[in-house]
Design a binder for this molecule. Sequence first.
Ligand SMILES: Cc1ncccc1N[C@H]1CCCS(=O)(=O)C1
Length: 105
Amino acid sequence: GNSADLAPCVCMMDELEKHQEAWPFLFPVDCRRFPTYKKIIKKPMDFQTMRHKLRDNKYQSREEFANDLRLVCNNCETFNEDESAVGHAGHTIREFFEKRWRELC
Ligand SMILES: Cc1ncccc1N[C@H]1CCCS(=O)(=O)C1
C-alpha cells in the first residue's frame, strides 16, 4: 500500500549498495564516457540518486522507490546487450530486488 513507512526501502538500499553486481549502478552514468546515453535514456536513475531521494524524503510510497529501481534496470536493458557485463549485472540486480522486495513488504 501507500503507507509512508519507508523502512523497507532503507533496508533494501543498504542491500543493493553492498551487492556484488551493484558496481554499474552506484553513480549516474558518466555522459563523457557514454556520450549517447542522455539522448537514448530519457530518465536516468542510479543508486546514489535513490539514496539521496530517500534522505530528502522525496518518495511518497514504497512503490515509488521500487519503480526507481525498476527504472535503473529498464535503462540498463535499453542501453546494454544482455550478455555484456553491465547487461548481465542489470538482470541479476533485478532478480535480487524482486525476490527480496516480496520478503520485505
Ligand atoms: C549502468 C550503465 N549503463 C550504460 C552504460 C554504463 C553503465 N554503467 C557504468 C558505470 C560506471 C562504471 S562502467 O563505466 O564500467 C559502467
